[in-house]
Design a binder for this molecule. Structure first.
Ligand SMILES: [Zn+2]
Length: 319
């Protein structure tokens, strides 16, 4: 039998050789070629996918590092946002209130950018969400900082005319060194073991540590009081009073005029107290307020953030 393909012809009842026209051969060849190319291409893609070239591998590594960098950048922006938030909080609630300026409304502080989308160009590139998100956060932050700095300018202007008032309002820390242990707000009472409003802050320091008047004023009370032990109250005027409790010694007397920074007593453990510490309160217009907002003169933003963190922990007070 000769080589080739045969077909049975039922009319002639014989096998007939299929003749291949050159055109048919060409078509066959062509389809073989296409198959080979497609299969080869698929194989190459698979290969590249699982075995990237060293250049690609380097790019992939770079990409990964960049992503991680952006992520850590974002968390750093997060911390900055917190600091700025604190600043605007202090600004609205303290500085502006002290100087009788209207607080800046949040709508202004958090105002958007409106109008054109400045990220349209990079947004269209795949995998750029992280970059866009980071840039947007930075923009918002920059704007908040800008508004804050304008606000401080206004306040500085007002402060120039209020030297006298500034000298009176509690504005320094009552102890030079201490361990800040318990903040203002709801706390577990150390002896009664119930949740109570802690109306001041507790600063732990050894018995005998000097206590300073936090602003100019007149001593309105300097005696042993139930609960507070040996306690001093100073009236600063401008609706402000400060109170220093659990002293071991009182070094001032009722009616005495005091200056900011003057030593008025010594830290102790008198009254209802679970260890040597100073319980410090600020009363404004009859209302007890959070004293850490008044440590204006001597805290950097990061120090402030640190004690703010402690102050919001729901721990037990020393009372
Ligand atoms: Zn306390």
């Amino acid at each position: 039998m000769t080589k080739g393909k045969f077909r049975f012809n039922p009319e002639t009842l014989s096998y007939e050789k299929i003749e291949r026209s050159p055109r048919r051969i060409l078509i066959l060849l062509f389809s073989y070629l296409i198959t080979v190319i497609v299969v080869g291409f698929a194989f190459m893609l698979t290969w590249l996918h699982f075995f990237p070239s060293s250049r690609e591998k380097q790019l992939m590594d770079e990409n990964k590092t960049l992503r991680n960098q952006y992520k850590s950048l974002n968390s750093r922006i997060g911390s900055l946002e917190k600091v700025v938030e604190d600043l605007s909080d202090r600004d609205n609630n303290i500085y502006r209130m002290v100087f009788e300026s209207e607080p800046i409304p949040n709508s202004v502080r958090n105002g958007g950018f409106g109008g054109v989308n400045r990220y349209a160009e990079i947004e269209s590139i795949p995998n750029m969400e992280l970059v866009v998100k980071t840039n947007k956060r930075m923009d918002v932050l920059m704007k908040k900082i800008y508004i804050q700095s304008l606000s401080f300018d206004t306040i500085v202007d007002k402060a120039k005319n209020k030297q006298e008032m500034l000298q009176h309002i509690p504005g320094i820390q009552p102890l030079k060194t201490y361990k800040y242990v318990s903040g203002f707000g709801t706390r577990m009472h150390p002896i009664y073991k119930t949740l109570r409003t802690h109306t001041g802050i507790d600063l732990v320091a050894p018995t005998g540590t000097k206590i300073y008047a936090t602003g100019d004023g007149v001593v309105t009370s300097a005696k042993f009081e139930r609960g507070y032990g040996k306690a001093i109250v100073i009236n600063h005027g401008y609706q402000y009073q400060s109170m220093y409790a659990h002293c071991s010694e009182i070094l001032v007397h009722q009616g005495q005029k005091v200056k900011r920074g003057e030593v008025i007593g010594l830290v102790g453990n008198t009254g209802v107290s679970t260890g040597s510490h100073l319980h410090y309160e600020i009363i404004k217009g009859g209302q007890k307020v959070n004293p850490i907002n008044y440590f204006l003169n001597d805290l950097s933003p990061s120090e402030f953030e640190e004690i703010r963190q402690i102050s919001i922990q729901p721990n037990q007070s020393f009372d």
